[in-house]
Design a protein around this ligand. Structure first.
Ligand code: GLN
Length: 457
């Protein structure tokens, strides 16, 4: 906790720090050791963990970084959080993010702008920026984030950590504050692939409280990560890896392109067969994603009316109370998305926008599934550039949306993907900024991308 607090004034990764409950949890573990012995402890015993503030935590304020939820203290834990606790993990605090996970910089938080530990003048990415920065700054060992269109993988890339977005349905969304329900995934951010695998192992699997959580059995994701395999001379022999052609070259910064090339070559050196593969409709995914995500968000966010949760701006009548609460509680980016989503779902426009976006989604999905029949995994950079300067895209939503081009199709297709550190770009000031490699796998085959990523580390 003191290490967390020492970095906090500069990095500002946390909306709230849970000193008291963390110490109580640690004391409870001590008691367990005394009564039942150390062997009785779970695999995450005493590991300090941060939780994105879009995940509900019993007894700990949960705001989704929005003013409208200030002071909201859930009575229950999200299933993913409950499973971490059951494994012995200690929750040290709630990580900053963009309000309702809408954004790519964490600057749209109502509470603070988290800084990138590699360069405090830059953003940590988003929306799980606090979760990535906290790991990068050594404020805790690992964190949970949520990923609707890249919010785990892009901040992992910006902060030089590992971020894993599981297959849709692999991890329960119960207790995750909904953004785009058909896209939302909960997943880990950690300092290395093995830690991320262990966290995924802990939180994955069917949950009765989320009807969309899968019955697929959860394999041992840490299996096969032994040093032996890692040090074999050509551990990726026989693997076929596809470079998504549309994600390299134009529109990608020279440093990111160069690091990505080196990473692809390295995979070949380790024995993989690496080829380019074209996904011609990949450009259509971005607009389709924003129509779908905003439509679902406009519906999901209707519950913040000042009556049931968080802050209420009491007014003359119920309608005025709703209006003032939402007017004052929701920020500009959130309102923009509610307006656009409501528009896209309106009678008369539904076919032209929402339905069409769903059709595009199916095409993108089929194209990725087809490519994955030929390849064991697909790769791309995790984002087109390194971390933005603070304020750089804040007032330019379109520019910000375009930065999601590498990650959103994976959400549209529901596939698992991992982003892991794969080099640096040197800025004009001589500072190094991290770059992430994204490895995309077949549905429910997180094990494969974890093994490839681990060998690569
Ligand atoms: N940047 C994307 C958006 O704003 C993705 C966010 C996310 O994955 N939560 O929608």
């Amino acid at each position: 906790l003191s290490r967390l607090q020492a970095a906090e004034p500069e990095v500002q990764s946390f909306i709230s720090v849970a000193s008291e409950s963390a110490c109580a949890a640690a004391r409870a573990l001590d008691g367990r050791i005394a009564s039942d012995g150390a062997d009785s402890l779970g695999p995450l015993a005493a590991v300090p963990l941060g939780i994105k503030d879009t995940l509900c935590t019993a007894g700990l304020q949960t705001t989704a970084a929005s003013r409208v939820l200030e002071g909201y203290t859930p009575s229950h834990d999200a299933t993913s959080v409950a499973r971490l606790k059951a494994a012995g993990g200690i929750i040290v605090g709630k990580c900053n993010c963009d309000a309702f996970a809408m954004g790519s910089t964490s600057e749209s938080s109502a509470y603070k702008a988290t800084r990138n530990p590699w360069d405090l003048e830059r953003v940590p990415g988003g929306s799980s920026g606090g979760s990535a920065a906290a790991v990068a700054a050594g404020q805790c060992v690992a964190t949970l984030g949520s990923d609707t269109g890249g919010s785990i993988r892009q901040p992992a890339h910006f902060c030089g950590v590992v971020g894993l977005k599981p297959t849709y349905g692999r991890v329960s969304r119960y207790g995750l504050i909904a953004y785009g329900s058909s896209l939302d995934c909960v997943g880990p951010l950690a300092g290395c692939v093995e830690d991320a695998a262990l966290l995924l192992q802990t939180i994955a699997g069917r949950d009765q409280l989320d009807a969309t959580s899968s019955h697929m059995p959860v394999p041992d994701f840490t299996q096969g990560l032994e040093e032996v395999e890692r040090f074999a001379s050509r551990p990726l022999e026989g693997k076929r890896i596809g470079i998504i052609r549309e994600t390299i070259g134009e529109g990608v910064s020279p440093g990111v392109n160069a690091a990505f090339d080196r990473a692809a070559q390295h995979l070949a050196t380790l024995g993989a067969e690496v080829h380019e593969v074209s996904l011609p409709t990949s450009g259509a995914g971005l607009p389709a994603y924003y129509v779908i995500a905003m439509s679902e968000a406009s519906s999901n966010l209707s519950r913040y009316d000042g009556i049931r949760y968080g802050v209420r701006q009491e007014a003359a009548n119920i309608r005025e109370t709703y209006n003032t609460t939402r007017q004052e509680g929701l920020n500009a980016e959130v309102k923009r998305r509610i307006l656009m989503g409501t528009y896209a779902l309106s009678a008369g426009y539904y076919d032209a926008y929402y339905k069409r976006a769903q059709q595009v989604r199916t095409i993108v999905q089929q194209e990725m599934h087809k490519a994955l029949l030929d390849f064991d995994a697909l790769i791309s950079p995790a984002a087109p550039t390194t971390a933005y300067k603070l304020g750089h895209v804040k007032d330019d939503p379109l520019e910000m949306y375009k930065g999601d081009i590498m990650t959103i199709n994976v959400n549209l297709a529901g596939l698992p993907a991992i982003s892991l550190p794969a080099g640096f770009e040197e800025g004009a000031d001589g500072r190094r900024l991290p770059i992430g490699l994204q490895i995309i796998g077949k549905a429910f085959d997180e094990g494969e991308i974890i093994r490839i990523a681990h060998v690569f580390e």
